[in-house]
Design a protein around this ligand. Structure first.
Ligand code: NAP
Length: 449
C-alpha cells in the first residue's frame, strides 16, 4: 500500500473533518499533520461559536477523537506564511489541504465605516470568544448599538448584548469579558436588515432562542412583516416568519434591554465626526430580481456603537491564487486552480476558504469528503506520488527554523488549566485569552521528582 504524509492547515471543523477522512482511506496509508497558528485546536468552534451555545460547542467531543487518532498530529503555534510556507510544505508533504476559514469581515463600502465606534461583528465575536489576537477594547459604555445584517452572527451579537450577567456567568468567556458585559450600559440593540423578513438568513432555532431572554423585549413593527408573501416560501422561512410575528404581537414591557428588528432598511452612511453617533438608513423595497432598491426615504438612527455583521471573507494565502471578489481560493472539487483554470499540483482547499462562509458545522464534513476524494484520486493515479518525509524529519526541519511547536500534549495542558480555572469559578471552563499564557502552558515541560 502507498504511504502519504499530508499537511492540513487549520484545525477548525473543516480541517479536522478532512484529517478524519484522510486517515479512513483504504488505498493509501495516510498520516496527517494538522498545522494551526493558535496553540489551541478547533478554530471557529472554539472562537466563533457563541459561548452561550454549549450544545453546538459539544461537537468538540467528536473533533477531539479525530485529534487523538495515532495517525494525526497537532502542530500548534505554527503559522503558515511565517513559520512554514508553500515550498516547505511541498518539500515535506505529498499534499497540503488549506482549511484556514474566513477570519476577516466583509467591507460594506459606505461612508463612516472607519469611524471610531464602527466595528466588525467579527472583532466583537473574537473579543467575547477570548481569541488571543483580540485586544481588550470593547467597553460597552454606549446605550444604543446598531447591528447591521440579518444572519446568525448578527443574532449572536444582539443576544449576547441583551443578556444579563446571570445568563452569561456560566459561559467560558474570559473574566475581563464577563466583567465588561456585567457592567455594560447597552440597553437598545437595533438589528438592521436591508431586505424583508422572508429573506433573512437567521435560522429559526436561533430566532426562537430570543424568547428565553430573561430581561429583553423583542420589538418588531408588525407593518414590516405584513408585506411578506407566503406562497412559495420554504418551511424554514415560514417558521421564521411565525416567530417574528409572535414577537411583533407581544406587548412591550419594561424590561431593561430591547432588541429592535428593522426590515427593509439599508444602511447608507455611518454618521459622526470622529466617533459614531448614528446610522443613516434608507427604506428599501423589492426589485423584480429579488434584490432591493432604495425608496428615497431616509431615517437616522442614533447609535454610539455599530457592529457590522455582513459576512466573513477569507484571507489570501502566500503562494496561492485568490479570488478577491468571492473571497475564496479558486478550486475544482477542492483542487486549487490558478487564474487560467489549471490545477495547482498537490494543493487543495476545504471549508469556508473553499466555498465561502456558509452552512453549519456539518456542511464542512461533506465539503471535506469531496476534497479528500480529489486528493486520493490524484495520489492514486499519479505514477510519481511526490516526496514526503517522516514525522521526525518534519520536526527537525521546524526546529531548524526556530519554530516552537505546541503539540497535542501542550494543548492538553492548556485545556486542563482552563478546566481548572472554570472549576474555581464554579463552571466547566474559563478560557485563557492571551498568547503568553497559552504559550507558557503549551511549552511547559513537566519535571518529575
Ligand atoms: P450570513 O448568514 O451570510 O448573513 C449576512 C447578512 O448580512 C445577510 O443578511 C446579508 O443580507 C447582510 N448584508 C450583506 N451585505 C450587506 C450590506 N452591505 N448592507 C446590509 N446588510 C448586508 O453571514 P453570517 O451571519 O456572518 O453567518 C456566517 C455563517 O455562519 C452562516 O452560514 C451562519 O448560518 C453561520 N452561523 C451559524 C450560527 C448558528 O448556527 N448558531 C451562528 C453564527 C453563524 P442579504 O441577504 O441581503 O445579502
Amino acid at each position: 500500500m502507498r504511504n502519504a504524509r499530508i499537511a492540513v492547515i487549520g484545525s477548525g471543523p473543516a480541517g479536522l473533518f478532512a484529517a478524519d477522512e484522510l486517515v479512513r482511506q483504504h488505498d493509501v496509508d495516510v498520516e496527517v499533520d494538522i498545522i494551526d497558528r493558535v496553540p489551541a485546536p478547533y478554530g471557529l468552534v472554539r472562537y466563533g461559536v457563541a459561548p452561550d451555545h454549549p450544545r453546538i460547542k459539544a461537537v468538540i467531543g467528536s473533533l477531539q477523537r479525530i485529534l487523538e487518532n495515532p495517525k494525526v498530529r497537532f502542530l500548534g503555534n505554527v503559522e503558515f506564511g511565517t513559520d512554514v510556507d508553500r515550498p516547505f510544505l511541498d518539500a515535506h508533504y505529498n499534499a497540503t489541504i488549506y482549511a484556514t476559514g474566513a477570519s476577516r469581515d466583509r467591507a460594506m463600502g459606505i461612508t463612516g465605516e472607519d469611524l471610531l465606534g464602527s466595528r466588525s461583528a467579527t472583532a466583537f465575536v473574537s473579543w467575547y470568544g477570548g481569541h488571543p489576537d483580540s485586544p481588550n477594547d470593547f467597553h460597552l459604555r454606549e446605550d444604543t448599538v446598531a447591528v447591521i445584517g440579518a444572519g446568525n452572527v448578527a443574532l449572536d451579537v444582539a443576544r449576547i448584548l441583551a443578556k444579563t450577567a446571570a445568563e452569561l456567568d456560566s459561559t467560558d468567556m474570559p473574566p475581563h469579558v464577563l466583567d465588561t458585559l456585567r457592567d455594560s450600559r447597552v440597553r437598545d440593540i437595533h438589528v438592521i436588515c436591508r431586505r424583508g423578513p422572508e429573506f433573512a438568513k437567521f435560522t429559526t432555532k436561533e430566532l426562537r432562542e430570543l424568547r428565553n431572554l430573561t430581561d429583553a423585549d423583542i420589538i418588531i413593527d408588525p407593518a414590516e412583516l405584513i408585506g411578506a408573501p407566503r406562497e412559495g416560501l420554504d418551511k424554514a422561512t415560514l417558521a421564521n416568519l411565525a416567530v417574528l410575528e409572535e414577537f411583533a404581537s407581544r406587548p412591550r414591557t419594561d424590561r431593561t434591554h430591547r432588541i429592535h428588528f428593522h426590515f427593509w432598511r439599508n444602511p447608507v452612511e455611518i454618521l459622526g465626526y470622529e466617533h459614531v453617533d448614528g446610522l443613516r438608513i434608507e427604506r428599501t423595497e423589492l426589485s423584480p430580481d429579488g434584490t432591493v432598491h432604495g425608496t428615497g426615504e431616509f431615517d437616522t438612527l442614533p447609535a454610539q456603537l455599530i457592529l457590522r455583521s455582513v459576512g466573513y471573507r477569507s484571507v489570501p494565502l502566500d503562494g496561492l491564487p485568490f479570488d478577491s471578489v468571492r473571497g475564496t481560493i479558486p478550486n475544482q472539487l477542492g483542487r486549487v486552480v490558478d487564474g487560467d483554470g489549471h490545477v495547482v499540483p498537490a494543493q487543495y482547499v476545504t471549508g469556508w476558504l473553499k466555498r465561502g462562509p456558509s452552512g453549519v458545522i456539518g456542511t464542512n464534513r461533506v465539503d471535506s469528503v469531496e476534497t479528500v476524494a480529489s486528493v486520493m484520486e490524484d495520489l492514486v493515479s499519479s505514477p510519481e506520488p511526490g516526496t514526503s518525509v517522516s514525522a521526525d524529519a518534519v520536526d527537525a526541519a521546524l526546529r531548524t527554523r526556530g519554530v516552537k511547536v505546541i503539540g497535542y500534549d501542550g494543548w492538553l495542558r492548556i485545556n486542563g488549566d482552563e478546566i481548572e480555572r472554570g472549576r474555581v469559578a464554579g463552571k466547566d471552563r474559563t478560557k485563557i485569552p492571551d498568547w503568553d499564557t497559552l504559550r507558557r502552558l503549551g511549552h511547559e515541560v513537566l519535571t518529575s521528582g
